[in-house]
Design a protein around this ligand. Structure first.
Ligand code: MN3
Length: 210
């Protein structure tokens, strides 16, 4: 099995001025690219033919102990960044709507309420990590945060188990060139490039999955 760096459906300049082109290029090619290379090195050391990346991350005990941490770090990095690129895009000026919008209102009061809570969690994450919007086993929307390249799929390893449908990368490499130490400003801008149609599709897929 060989993992590949996904192509973006938009150009590196497409998210400017919110996310600058240099940050996009380094983040995609170097950071994400390196996770893919190291993940491939790790999975080359055991038989993964019957396992998807999601399955490995959901139950890291399926991965041999000598490469478990590598799969956690680089497999998590590959999964998290793939979701990240997929759920942002050029500004479309649309907010959460429809069934998904209703679920968001139910969970957080309003879109504004969601943004407030999400920003607070993303800002409170000490050091490197991610802030997540996910769907829990009761099919409710939840927000949470994980360190490093962990994610909410990692059962027994993280405090917030859910199916992630949107993640905000709060590692400094995601924002430092434009925002330096101003993470809250980056998160505020990032909401403007979230592709809510795509996130709503992911929400519906989880909800409809029995
Ligand atoms: Mn990153």
């Amino acid at each position: 099995m060989q993992f590949e760096l996904p192509k973006l459906s938009y150009s590196y300049t497409a998210l400017e001025p919110i996310i600058d082109a240099k940050t996009m290029e380094i983040h995609h090619q170097k950071h994400h690219g390196t996770y893919v290379v190291k993940l491939n090195e790790a999975v080359a050391q055991f038989d993964v033919s019957n396992l998807t990346l999601s399955q490995m991350l959901s139950d890291l005990t399926l991965v041999p102990e000598n490469v478990r941490q590598a799969v956690r770090n680089h497999g998590g990095g590959h999964y998290n960044h793939s979701l990240f690129w997929e759920t942002i895009g050029p500004r479309m000026a649309e907010n959460p709507a429809g069934v998904f919008g209703d679920a968001m209102n139910k969970a957080f009061g309003s879109y504004e309420g969601f943004k407030e809570q999400f920003t607070s969690i993303a800002t409170a994450r000490f050091g490197s990590g991610w802030a997540w919007l996910g769907v829990n086993t009761n099919k409710e929307l939840v927000i949470c945060s994980t360190p490093n390249q962990d994610n909410p799929l990692m059962k027994g390893e993280v405090s917030c188990e859910c199916m992630p449908i949107l993640g905000c990368d709060v590692w400094e490499h995601a924002y430092y060139l434009t925002y330096q130490n101003r993470r809250p400003e980056y998160v505020t801008g990032w909401f403007e490039v979230v592709n809510w149609m795509k996130v709503a599709d992911k929400y519906m897929a989880v909800i409809n999955k029995g």
